[in-house]
Design a protein around this ligand. Structure first.
Ligand code: ZN
Length: 295
């Protein structure tokens, strides 16, 4: 199990913390979408944030994150759940910007500095919960931090990072999320803030071979960390030929007949995972019969 997320408590339960190694997960997203380096970092960072926000949910509950900025990335959408599954896409996959002033991938340049971050949580209730905050940085980690502070009133620190190799493959990817519970001592907060300033990017720590557990102990500045759970995480899409078939049925019999007459078949492509589903004329005829209520 290379990709996993750990949940932990520290400082007598006043600090809740998460860390994740998502290298294989982000590598799969990169391969499926054929993203170039800046796009990989922007999508990967959002997916890592999605995994950690997802880890705060119960198993079947799920959430969607949308980042709509004014940069050339053109929009990022990520779905995750409480079981460690994540999927996502970025509109402009072939995006490779010059490195920024500190020699890192220019995620801010890709996302933009104006726009919105939206989180929609489906908690199995009648109405989904939805929260939205403006993009404050475009580097994504700080945007999640701001979202949590303002929309969910949880003082947090979120770090998400992706190390992309020269051939565009993903070298490492991971993140952390530290949340301060009400009543925490100021000195605890100060100490963690100091540690965060001193700590290099998570992707670099993972590249050095550090585990999520070791990274959390380092970030929190204490060995007194209680690890509550270790959960595998993975890229997973729930699409299927049947699901896209249902979407075709909803177009109605006339539209399906037009697909048969004009194209002699149909192909559906999943925007989240890039899987392709082909429908032959016979498949379409069957879907048409279903649309007409004959099956
Ligand atoms: Zn899919």
């Amino acid at each position: 199990m290379t990709d996993y997320l750990v949940k932990a408590l520290a400082y007598d339960g006043f600090v809740r913390a998460y860390a994740v190694n998502a290298t294989e997960t982000i590598a799969e997203a990169q391969r499926r979408h054929d993203t170039w380096n800046t796009a990989s970092a922007a999508l990967g960072r959002t997916m890592i944030g999605g995994l950690m926000l997802g880890a705060t949910l119960k198993g079947e509950d799920k959430l969607t994150i949308k980042i709509d900025g004014n940069g050339p990335a053109g929009g990022i959408v990520v779905d995750s759940n409480g079981k460690g599954d994540v999927k996502g896409y970025i509109k402009n996959t072939h995006l490779s910007l010059p490195l920024n002033e500190i020699g890192k991938l220019d995620v801010r340049g890709a996302v933009g500095t104006e726009g919105m971050l939206t989180v929609i949580k489906d908690l199995g209730l009648k109405e989904p919960f939805s929260g939205q905050t403006p993009i404050v940085s475009g580097e994504i980690g700080e945007d999640f931090t701001y979202y949590l502070a303002v929309s969910e009133q949880i003082p947090s620190a979120v770090g998400v990072s992706v190390l992309v190799d020269t051939d565009d493959s993903i070298k490492t990817a991971g993140g952390f999320m530290i949340q301060i519970m009400p009543g925490a001592e100021d000195e605890v907060i100060d100490q963690i803030e100091e540690r965060l300033k001193e700590t290099t990017r998570i992707s670099s720590l993972l590249d050095e071979g550090q585990t999520p557990e070791e990274i959390l102990q380092r970030l929190l500045g204490t060995n007194d960390v209680e690890f509550l759970e270790k959960m595998p995480v993975q890229f997973k899409c729930d699409c299927s030929k049947e699901k896209f078939g249902a979407a075709i049925i909803s177009l109605g019999p006339d539209e399906i007949q037009a697909m048969i007459d004009e194209d002699h078949g149909a192909e559906a492509v999943c925007t989240f995972c890039n899987n392709k589903y082909k429908y032959s004329e016979a498949d379409l005829l069957e879907l048409k019969r279903e649309a007409m209520g004959e099956l």
